[in-house]
Ligand binder design. Sequence first.
Ligand SMILES: [Cu+2]
Length: 144
Amino acid sequence: MHIRRITLSGLAMALISGNVLAATVEVKAAATKFEPTVVFVKAGDTVKWTNMAAHDTVSIAGMIPEGAQAWQSKMSEDFSVTLDAAGVYIYKCSPHVSLGMVGAIVVGEGKPANIAAVKSSPENKGMIGRAIRELDKALQAKGF
Ligand SMILES: [Cu+2]
């Protein structure tokens, strides 16, 4: 009886905060790629990286929305981040960035507000640049 009451109040809290609609989207490290490379989520959703042996995930400075929280996971550990700020987030795997292990997360609908900042960043070159071109194609395919 006690448990039931707690569960109902937890559900009420989730409904009030809107968290009942939040999802967790998985990104898997596979060899030296993040799969999928580009993911689209809603504000408040969680991205979870799995299969992270010998990998990490690190947001790239200047390539996340203004005011958003940067992240850096521990090597070889699964990791989750909940993203509230709309826009695009570019991240890398530290040991494998030169092999193209770079990913992008788009939070929200439409053209990401910080896409111009991402493109004009001095980091937009090499394998990171390649990931941003892939992001561009994914945005076009979505009609964003
Ligand atoms: Cu890696």
